[in-house]
Design a protein. Sequence first.
Length: 246
Amino acid sequence: MQQYFVKGEAISPVTIEDKDTIKHMFQVMRLAKGDQVVLVFDDGVKRLARVVNEAEYCFELLEDLPDQVELPVEVTIACGFPKGDKLEFLAQKTTELGASQLWAFPADWSVVKWDSKKLVKKVEKLQKIALGAAEQSKRNRVPEVTLFTHQADFLATLDSFDRILIAYEESAKEGERSALVEVLSSLSNGEKILFIFGPEGGLSPDEVAQFERKGGRKVGLGPRIMRAETAPLYALTSVSILRELM
């Protein structure tokens, strides 16, 4: 059954206003009176809904659904600006794997440079990708995408997290293999976790030192060195295995 995210409160009847959602519902999927879909509102609760007037894009809410697929901890993925379309890839895949937020910042060794105007357009594109991935993977919430113009702005947010984990290439090279499991195994449900990843060139020693002063802890991600777009997926998978499947 198709699932859609709808802004606002769950008050029946519901009129869909977002143009992209309307297009997909009534042109692509050809919904008609009596057809049922799942609607998810700002409260993250899934609700079964039925079309009552396709001409006015109107639905009635039938019942709340118990389906809850969010991770038991809130995971934010933060990456140094990578090259090419890697952020688009990460917006889709981190959403499918359960991230609550996707952030990116201008790291010391980031090759790409984006001004504030480009960042605004980039965020809009990435947010649409996250929305589509959240619908496809039947999420209860759509991850928020934030791109920081300055590294200092990113640093200022770190105090809002319960745990900060720095995916550091040198830790992996040195054979560190226990910190990630130790931290993830000790989490309590509801904690806010931040994973920080570097761009293609990794994180600079100065950056790592700044993150550590904010309470960050260096962790290795296994014995192999991963690409910038692969490491966040490994981290989210580890969270799911240790917090959901065990």
